[in-house]
Design a protein around this ligand. Structure first.
Ligand SMILES: *[C@@H]1O[C@H](CO)[C@@H](O)[C@H](O)[C@H]1NC(C)=O
Ligand SMILES: *[C@@H]1O[C@H](CO)[C@@H](O)[C@H](O)[C@H]1NC(C)=O
Ligand SMILES: *[C@@H]1O[C@H](CO)[C@@H](O)[C@H](O)[C@H]1NC(C)=O
Ligand SMILES: *[C@@H]1O[C@H](CO)[C@@H](O)[C@H](O)[C@H]1NC(C)=O
Ligand SMILES: *[C@@H]1O[C@H](CO)[C@@H](O)[C@H](O)[C@H]1NC(C)=O
Ligand SMILES: *[C@@H]1O[C@H](CO)[C@@H](O)[C@H](O)[C@H]1NC(C)=O
Ligand SMILES: *[C@@H]1O[C@H](CO)[C@@H](O)[C@H](O)[C@H]1NC(C)=O
Ligand SMILES: *[C@@H]1O[C@H](CO)[C@@H](O)[C@H](O)[C@H]1NC(C)=O
Ligand SMILES: *[C@@H]1O[C@H](CO)[C@@H](O)[C@H](O)[C@H]1NC(C)=O
Length: 485
């Protein structure tokens, strides 16, 4: 939520035009208040979270045969590079601790053959395992591997996500790896991801938590590029928090990584009223106009969620619009369902599943405790939640966004991969920017940040890197499935 950053940084409130009218600033304030208040209520609940028994993508990949046809005409990898890729990126045994060896070069022919056969078998087993494995069912484990990118090294992170440069002294939050309970996922490999994306566009669409994830991807990829000066924002933007679109280019690979803000996925609207002024509504029946610009992207990553907790959306009085009709009152669960159906219809009729992989990133938890966003609510734990019984209760969220999302995902007709990060984010009370929101903060700002912590977004490097790692794992998986058919 840009909103909070805008509100919390005294000098950015004017510069960051997240909202169009004065009315919507009030809207924004009350939204943030309600949203954070809700979060706090959950915090004090300690009921158990449902065990996830679902398989990875159980509800989302409706037609497995379509998987094998992703990217068939857009793979610019040469045969030689492709075979290299087969042996490396898509090596199912690839793990956090892979070592290279020179030995196989000298192996005899027969040894070589049997090794290749063994490898093939292993890959096949891995594909079988992975396609059944719920990679979102797992735990965070300590891992001292070097970080995906050096803290503070990436210039394309929002100031407010750059915890290291903002003086956060502890580093434990960077050293946790997500370990699924029933399989291993490959470590993110930027070089391989770039080769995979060669000649392609990956576009993130959603709220500021998707911007968090998008910036993570830019940094993950940038870190693997030798000449880092050759990575740049297409229109020369230096600040990444403002409204609008962003596009980072990796010209050596002809890859573009883009972000478009769309907090509700459906369109925020100005409805003309009798006396000549307008009224803010949400058009449940249309997606944002800008969607035309990226229906041809090769990878799309959507999200929506936290904005539906706002007063206007959760109360639903005279806010939701379909056609010319503004609903006097509409329940948020129903409105959300309508909006998600509108989005799903857009995907079904505009996105070619043979060209474009569609991901939907699920609900990301906030962790305000001992107060609200504007009354000292804090997230200064430096350790993640250890015991599942201490996790925040999903059932008590109001509205119950994760369940609303689950339902929408079940109804999808086109193949969309659901990145179900609800539970993995629930554990990470340690990984929000908290008070580390600005570099070289003045005494006054520091005092303000003490009472106005950011417990919604994530530090980078941090949790969104793992979301991207799982996205990468899914691409690896479908690539391997393609190769086997
Ligand atoms: C997503 O994860 C949550 C928490 O683990 C689980 O309750 C839910 O069933 C999952 N949703 C889907 C669609 O798999
Ligand atoms: C699955 O995809 C195949 C090939 O694209 C198509 O022939 C078939 O009708 C699809 N099935 C469903 C249920 O969509
Ligand atoms: C293989 O990929 C690298 C890096 O993407 C590229 O520089 C090289 O030209 C490619 N080789 C071939 C034979 O296409
Ligand atoms: C993969 O990782 C697991 C757990 O981190 C480790 O036990 C295992 O030895 C690793 N496998 C390989 C092939 O490196
Ligand atoms: C691989 O070979 C190179 C050169 O022949 C050598 O420098 C290197 O130490 C070898 N690595 C291993 C792991 O044996
Ligand atoms: C590979 O084989 C050659 C010739 O048989 C031998 O000279 C060389 O030492 C071997 N290298 C390794 C790494 O075993
Ligand atoms: C770069 O990729 C785009 C598709 O994203 C393609 O239209 C264009 O021709 C490519 N340019 C080069 C130089 O390969
Ligand atoms: C029009 O009506 C709305 C409420 O119905 C009111 O808030 C607004 O001030 C009015 N605008 C003008 C120009 O009278
Ligand atoms: C913060 O202060 C340090 C040391 O005084 C300086 O090097 C750095 O550029 C400053 N950062 C910002 C963003 O002003």
């Amino acid at each position: 939520m840009e909103l909070k950053n805008a509100l919390f940084s005294p000098n950015s409130i004017i510069r960051t035009p997240t909202f169009r009218t004065k009315g919507s600033i009030t809207f924004a304030y009350s939204f943030a208040f309600i949203f954070l208040a809700c979060t706090i209520i959950f915090l004090f609940g300690n009921s158990h979270v449902h065990q996830s028994s679902s398989q990875w993508f159980k509800n989302v990949i409706k037609n497995r045969s379509q998987l094998s046809s992703y990217f068939p005409h857009h793979n610019h990898l040469s045969q030689q590079n492709l075979s290299r890729a087969k042996d490396s990126v898509f090596n199912p045994e690839l793990n956090q601790s892979r070592v290279s060896s020179n030995g196989s070069r000298n192996a005899t022919l027969s040894e070589g053959k049997s090794t290749a056969a063994k490898k093939k078998k292993k890959k096949k087993r891995w594909v079988e395992l992975m396609s059944k494995c719920d990679v979102f069912d797992g735990k965070w484990v300590r891992d001292n591997s070097p970080p995906f990118y050096e803290p503070g090294s990436c210039p394309f992170i929002d100031e407010s996500f750059n915890c290291y440069l903002n003086g956060r002294p502890d580093t434990g939050y960077e050293k946790l790896r997500w370990q699924p309970n029933h399989c291993n996922v490959p470590r993110f490999d930027g070089g391989k991801m770039l080769r995979f994306l060669k000649g392609k566009r990956i576009v993130y669409v959603g709220d500021s938590l998707n911007r968090n994830m998008y910036e993570s991807m830019v940094c993950l990829l940038r870190n693997s590029v030798k000449d880092k000066s050759r990575v740049f924002e297409a229109s020369g933007k230096q600040e990444f928090k403002k409204e609008g679109t962003y596009s980072f280019l990796f010209p050596d690979y002809n890859v573009s990584v883009e972000y478009i803000r769309s907090a509700f996925l459906v369109q925020e609207w100005e409805m003309p009223i009798e006396n000549g002024s307008t009224k803010e509504t949400l058009r449940l029946d249309r997606v944002e106009k800008s969607y035309d610009l990226y229906k041809d992207a090769d990878v799309l990553v959507f999200n929506t969620g936290n904005w539906w907790t706002h007063e206007k959306t959760s109360e639903g009085k005279g806010y939701y619009q379909e056609g010319d009709h503004v609903h006097e009152k509409l329940d948020v669960v129903e409105a959300f369902d309508k909006a998600m159906s509108t989005w799903a219809r857009w995907v079904e009729s505009n996105v070619d599943p043979k060209k474009t992989r569609v991901f939907f990133r699920g609900y990301s938890f906030s962790h305000f405790s001992k107060g609200e966003w504007n009354s000292g609510g804090r997230c200064d734990s430096r350790e993640p939640i250890k015991d599942a019984k201490d996790l925040l209760s999903i059932e008590e969220l109001s509205p119950p966004i994760p369940q609303m999302l689950d339902k929408s995902m079940e109804k999808l007709k086109s193949p969309v991969v659901y990145l179900n990060v609800t539970r993995m984010t629930n554990y990470r009370s340690d990984a929000h920017p908290s008070v580390y929101r600005k570099p070289n903060a003045t005494v006054q700002e520091k005092r303000l940040f003490e009472t106005h912590q950011d417990c919604s977004h994530w530090c980078l490097p941090g949790v969104p890197d793992t979301w991207n790692q799982l996205l990468f794992a899914q691409l690896v998986l479908s690539q391997r499935q393609t190769q086997q058919t």
